[in-house]
Design a binder for this molecule. Sequence first.
Ligand code: SF4
Length: 624
Amino acid sequence: MSMSIRPAWIEQPQSTTELTVAQRNGIVISTLKEGNNDVVLSRYGDDQWDLSPFFKTVNSTNSQKMIQWRRVPSHFTEPLKAITYRYWLTGLPGVKRPVASTVTRFHHAAVQFMTWLTNHHIHRLVDVTPMRCMTYVDACRRQAHTSSALKNRLSAIEILYVLGEASVDRIQNAPWPDSSAATLAGRTTGKTTQSKTDIIPDELMVTLFKASEKLLLNADTLLDARDGIAQQRLGEVPLKEMQMQANRYLASLGLPPLAQTNQLLNHLRSACYIILGMVTGCRNHEITAVELGASYQSVMDDEVYYWLRSYSWKTYEGETEWMMPEIGMKAVAVMERWSKPYRDELTDQITAYSASIAELPAESEEYLHLAKLKRDCEANAKRLFLAKTPRTGLISTLSQISWNKRLKLFCAYYGVDWNLTTHQLRRTFAVFVAHHVMGDVRYLRHHYKHWSMDMTLLYAKNEKQEEALYDEVMATVRDQKIGVIEHWLDDDALITGGAAPGVKSFRKKHRLKMIPSREELVESISTTVNIRATGHGWCLADGKGCGGQGLYEKTRCVDCSESLIDERHLPVWQGIYEQQLELLEVKDIGPGGLHRAKRDVLKAASVLQGLGVKIEEGIDDDQT
Ligand code: SF4
């Protein structure tokens, strides 16, 4: 059995207005292929349109794949059905046909609008005026939606208007004649759209990574214990006894009781997810779609590269590959073992469903039900990031909503005070890679090492890679550079280092706060200035500079004409200052060591003073 590859609507009428009720209600919306049969899943007249055969991403919930007509105020059901059908069939004029998730999103937003209309005693689309629509915009704005959510809500009204001819009852006038949903939602200001997704702070990212890595390294112990319990067939004895026996067995292995060990096994799946998200930049649906045999390695120019293979549907690429460090291979290997019992169970279920389906009349309710279950089992049988719903016993991939819950549980368990979501891993990945590309290799140095290469060369290593990720990294590098320069040009920003006087006179000369096109100026500077992060400052050297010596001998940068140090480096210089003061107390470092320590104390002190810190301690000259 496979999903229907030819949408059911292909031979269906384009318009429903000319049809009788019976003809209209009989239109096939979705089908499922079971053996040689095309089984109808839903028809126009049904209370529910099942669009699951058209969903390619694997992280949607079942309810997200359905359109429920009972939720629509009854007086709007017919017009909304007609317009939704037209939208699904043709899309908007001049625009690509929408994918199923876009249609269900439109439907959801349209129902919200229609419910609001109903609450305001409007029961026909023909009575919707531009004034009403603007009142709705205000109401939505008061609910503090994000701009993308607001745009989605308002776009639904535009669709209702543009495709209105599909329905007898329709909106007569453009909802906002001189504007658009995007403009009203603040999405077309012409400025760079900064991502709203939070970036995981450095120190929490390191904590999360370390906790995940530790679990990964302990994976075999946990999985051996799980398999040991399964082999003892403890599941066949009464529950209480099973728990006692399992606890004794786990204690003999040095593991906590069953409930806690099971919790650790669930965290192990999250740990593998976090590692893959952090080191590949994959989106949630891409990690969720990872299958057996998804990782491999290749050798190019004597360098080993590790790859993750999965599916990406964000920009409709389909099969896509991501570069990753070796630990990604370990995460995939662990998940292959982790998911094996579930995959075995799915294979058994497929056999059982096939046998039952063969006995049933085609298109009976039970037949349809089992055919859908079998289809879902087949889709998941090779996947790794699986879960079993305790209530139903169904095994499937986790939805994005579930992943976000599990990531929060993971953070809570490991004491990470952060509202972690799946989106943040990709965004944080881009920021970390951008830091790396800009030369800051302090964190997870080994894991991002390949990214120090020219990105076009890196992409050429494997053209199946996700191009959008490279674009995102490049955009992040640009944003980071702009952010750094914008800060330097701020009159109140404290800066020091050899290049600081030049920057200060530049900002004085341009009186930047007065310039209306400050943003453009900053952008144009960012394209001409080379900025490398050293961890203790910014190095503006165009060519080789000091040949990298300043990276190791930090105080060398203080007087270098290419260096710029700002407030973000303050903790580093405080550390250097204290370290050198301690060194001055050591009696056996020799006159050379002492001289150098004193010199470095003075240099660190000058940086701290440049950053507004008052230095009170003097240095005893006798110490030289
Ligand atoms: S010493 Fe100068 S050239 Fe060398 S890293 Fe430091 S700022 Fe760059």
